[in-house]
Design a protein around this ligand. Structure first.
Ligand SMILES: *Cc1c(COP(=O)(O)O)cnc(C)c1O
Length: 231
């Protein structure tokens, strides 16, 4: 292993230990938590190194970069690609082609586009993104639209609603924000009882997310190191 690969292995092991500690502190089993490594802006070679270290779940947030990387790494069928970014409706088909899960489903038009793109394909796991801020530009459905959106997803034949997803707002205690998300998750489960997952927690706040019940952590820089500059 070269020095960079060994640093990556060390960071990955360290974060996994922190995840296990946070789970035990919350009285939860680490086994119920999926750690997704967000590899956006990093080259496909880094994803390959992660796969060599046993990582299965990786996340991307830009369609073109995602499509290219997934094609580059098509020889690694053990990878599960999570699309964690905003999806433009016209990119729904491209995203769906390579993704195992789409985390930021936040509007009815996107539900319809993803569903139309799914004809003849395996069902797609999706998360209903909730906006925990007052700023619509941050992405996510506003809390008062959760039920309607969940009903649309439930009615989409090729989509499987897994649960809710969010990003903690800047400047708010993430523990408080994720507690709100847990309430929204409960509201979604009243409509789709099987939607028991919660995608929450990034490099800076995954411990708080675990306490609030997160099942899918989206961790980038704490594992990959700083992202290369991008244009
Ligand atoms: C980039 C990104 C992450 C990972 O962020 P880090 O702070 O690097 O851990 C998680 N979720 C989404 C939606 C992202 O875009």
């Amino acid at each position: 292993m070269n020095a960079a690969a060994s640093a990556l292995a060390t960071r990955l092991a360290g974060i996994d230990e922190n995840i296990a500690d946070a789970a035990r502190n919350a009285g939860r089993s680490p086994d119920e938590i999926t750690r997704i490594v967000v590899t956006k802006f990093h080259p496909a070679s880094l994803v390959r190194e992660l796969a060599d270290l046993g990582v299965h779940d990786v996340g991307e947030n830009r369609q073109q970069e995602f499509t290219a990387k997934a094609a580059d790494l098509a020889d690694l069928p053990s990878l599960r690609w999570h699309f964690v970014g905003q999806v433009q409706t016209k990119k729904a088909r491209a995203v769906r082609t390579a993704a195992s899960a789409v985390h930021a489903v936040d509007r009815v038009k996107l539900v319809q586009a993803l569903d139309r793109a799914g004809e003849g394909l395996e069902p797609l796991d999706v998360f209903l993104q909730v906006n925990l801020t007052d700023d619509p530009a941050r992405g996510g459905a506003s809390p008062d639209g959760i039920e309607e959106l969940a009903e649309h997803i439930a009615a989409a034949e090729t989509l499987r609603l897994q649960g809710v997803m969010s990003v903690a707002p800047l400047g708010e205690d993430p523990a408080r924000a994720f507690a709100r998300l847990a309430d929204y998750a409960e509201r979604v489960r009243r409509i789709v009882p099987g939607a028991t997952s919660m995608s929450a927690g990034m490099s800076q706040d995954f411990a708080e997310a675990i306490t609030a019940g997160a099942t899918h952590l989206r961790i980038g820089t704490a594992i990959t190191g700083a992202r290369p500059a991008h244009g």
